[in-house]
Design a protein around this ligand. Structure first.
Ligand code: SD4
Length: 330
């Protein structure tokens, strides 16, 4: 934290306005970054960034960019842990979790939503058209239908076939993924996307069908503000992928943003959050994957995961690259 910022915080505290302080700081003191940046989880993020980038390039908002970007994954039947084509719960139902957050602490989310192709857009409507933040299950569906969304069968023949195969053993262990590639993306292509636009505003979106063959009604970290996603325009933005229960336990995304607020780089902030998960349960952590990515108001970015194999895609005016995140275990 630089001196000016520290002084401002002190002044704000003395004035008794600690609550909206970050937003005020973001508007008054932060240097405006005119160079948009996108960062998204997993290799898939590259395609999603390609959809979101033209919006930022034309001067569009980070909020529009992240919504458009993650919608690509939601509609793609080959992204097996997001939206259409996502693997179902143990009763064969595809249930979706998504949330979105803008630069002014506005946020919205849907939990356990069924039969709707674009939960992220429903989450945005919850944010923009209701006084609430979370809508769940039946209520979320009712809200979506009332706002013009159509019911779609999200269980593709491929996902149904995998489910029928799974039923033969009904083996469930959320720590492992379906192909035993611990760090890899087969059970992990939840998409989290963070964007910085040319007015210096950060936004984020996160969407998933959750862990394959989860218990009916289970909700992971992805739609939980502060766990799967958090945005504080004055400090940074972060999103997560991996075993949601472990991310929720430490309020992962909020923790990462908090570390950035204390002055850590995005990568170091992600690393510290990962280390906390490992410290809480070192034995269990050997067998599970969690990855964080983060974006600072300056446009700096980074990621870190428990296991090797976590990747993230970055797009800016000068860069288009998929990075292998550094990891706690080698
Ligand atoms: C969940 N975090 O539901 C999600 C799953 C995930 O990559 O990220 N997979 O726990």
């Amino acid at each position: 934290m630089n001196i000016k910022r520290r002084e401002l915080i002190k002044a704000a505290l003395l004035a008794g306005v600690a609550g909206p302080m970050s937003a005020a700081l973001a508007q008054t003191k932060r240097t405006i970054n005119k160079n948009p940046v996108l960062i998204s989880t997993w290799n898939y993020g590259r395609k999603a960034n390609a959809v979101a980038w033209p919006i930022l390039e034309k001067g569009g908002s980070s909020l529009d960019a992240v919504e458009a970007g993650v919608k690509l994954a939601e509609a793609d039947p080959n992204a097996r842990t997001v939206g259409y084509g996502g693997l179902p719960d143990r009763e064969g139902k595809v249930t979706l979790d998504a949330c979105i957050m803008d630069s002014r602490f506005n946020c919205g989310a849907v939990l356990c939503l069924e039969q709707i192709m674009h939960p992220i857009s429903v989450a945005r409507m919850v944010m923009e058209r209701t006084p609430h933040i979370y809508l769940t299950g039946e209520g979320a569906l009712q809200f979506a239908l009332a706002n013009g969304f159509k019911k779609t069968n999200l269980l593709t023949p491929e996902s149904e076939a995998d489910y029928i195969e799974w039923l033969k053993t009904s083996n469930y262990k959320p720590e492992k993924n379906i192909e035993n590639r611990l760090g890899g993306e087969l059970n992990h292509d939840t998409i989290g996307m963070l964007a910085l636009d040319n007015t210096g505003n950060l936004s984020g979106a996160c969407t998933t069908s959750g862990m394959a063959y989860k218990m009916r009604g289970r909700v992971g970290d992805s739609p939980i503000i502060g766990s799967g996603l958090y945005v504080d325009n004055g400090a940074g933005a972060a999103t997560a992928s991996g075993v949601g229960e472990e991310i929720i336990r430490i309020a992962g995304a909020h923790l990462v943003v908090g570390y950035m607020e204390q002055g850590l780089s995005p990568e170091n902030a992600c690393r510290k959050a990962v280390e906390k998960i490992v410290k809480i349960n070192p034995d269990k952590s050997r067998d599970l994957q969690v990855g964080f990515i983060a974006l600072a108001p300056s446009g700096a970015y980074g990621g870190y995961s428990i296991q090797p194999g976590f990747t993230y895609a970055v797009k800016s005016g000068t860069k288009e690259e998929v990075f292998k995140a550094k990891s706690f275990y080698r």
